[in-house]
Design a protein around this ligand. Structure first.
Ligand code: PGA
Length: 266
């Protein structure tokens, strides 16, 4: 009997340590955007490593998405996953300036942020392009973190839910997702990104509930829905009870702040 319990406990610990980051209780992702040189990446990691607590990482999955130029330099400690900020949908070919899923896999990238509002805005990415990228990521066993969210104008004119629904329905390759639970959705209202004005817990509950309903109606279950937009440690503590995690921009650039956010989701 005693032997049985020791085995059960050991296998549980083992299971937790190998569990994919997005399947833990909470999932927190750093989106560094177009920030940090190689030197700055190393400086971040030197400090960040000293803050890490294993017991926290057992419950909060963590991924960091540096710029492509720093993917190879981010020496991540065990328990922290590597993410990319974007990728192209083809595996190779004449697509100047693009990076393919196969190339990302060489760096052991496990997650890819797709359809971020900055890409939708500046690079004119539309739902069809996002959908191709999501399909390609899943085919290559990279977990997509698909970003959706309304602009202030869309919210004010009462179109928030229509926009979220369109982004989900047109951005997701339904057939692929019914078979696998390999998707994260980041609800990131555009008006909350980088503004210092996060959505309120009520806004988040409302949007996440709506997103869950749309996914349900498409037969897609078990998707982790996280929130992004001006998250700092205080916001993290506040939304932790109602939200599965966060996509963090500005505050993830500073090791102490980012770690405090991770702990905020405990
Ligand atoms: P922010 O960015 O935390 O700086 O608001 C979030 C994001 O764009 O993912």
């Amino acid at each position: 009997m005693h032997l049985f319990f020791s085995f059960a406990i050991c296998s549980k610990v083992f299971y937790l340590s190998v569990m994919e980051a997005h399947k833990k209780d909470k999932f927190v992702v750093a989106n560094w955007k177009m920030n940090k040189t190689l030197k700055e990446t190393k400086e971040f990691m030197d400090k960040f490593k000293k803050l890490i607590r294993r017991d926290v990482l057992r419950r909060v999955g963590v991924a960091i998405a540096p710029p492509f130029t720093c993917l190879h330099a981010l020496k991540l400690p065990k328990g922290i996953s590597l993410a990319a900020q974007d990728m192209f949908w083809e595996e190779k070919g004449a697509f100047t300036g693009e990076i393919s899923p196969v190339q990302l896999l060489e760096f052991k990238v496990e997650y890819v942020i797709l359809g971020h509002s900055e890409r939708r805005r500046y690079m004119k990415e539309d739902d069809e392009m996002v959908s191709k990228k999501v399909s390609s990521a899943i085919e290559n066993s990279i977990v997509p973190i698909m970003c959706i969210g309304e602009t202030l104008e869309e919210r004010r004119s009462g179109r928030m839910k229509a926009v979220l629904e369109r982004q989900i329905v047109q951005g997701l390759p339904v057939e692929m997702l019914r078979e696998k639970d390999s998707l994260v959705i980041a609800y990131e209202p555009v008006w909350a990104i980088g503004t210092g004005i996060p959505a309120t817990p009520d806004d988040i509950v409302d949007a996440h509930g709506f997103v869950e309903g749309v996914l349900d109606s498409m037969g897609i279950t078990g998707v982790k829905i996280i929130y992004g937009g001006s998250v700092d440690p205080k916001v993290a503590r506040e939304i932790s009870p109602i939200c599965s995690g966060s996509l963090v921009g500005g505050a993830s650039l500073r090791p102490e702040l980012f770690w405090e956010i991770i702990e905020g989701f405990l």
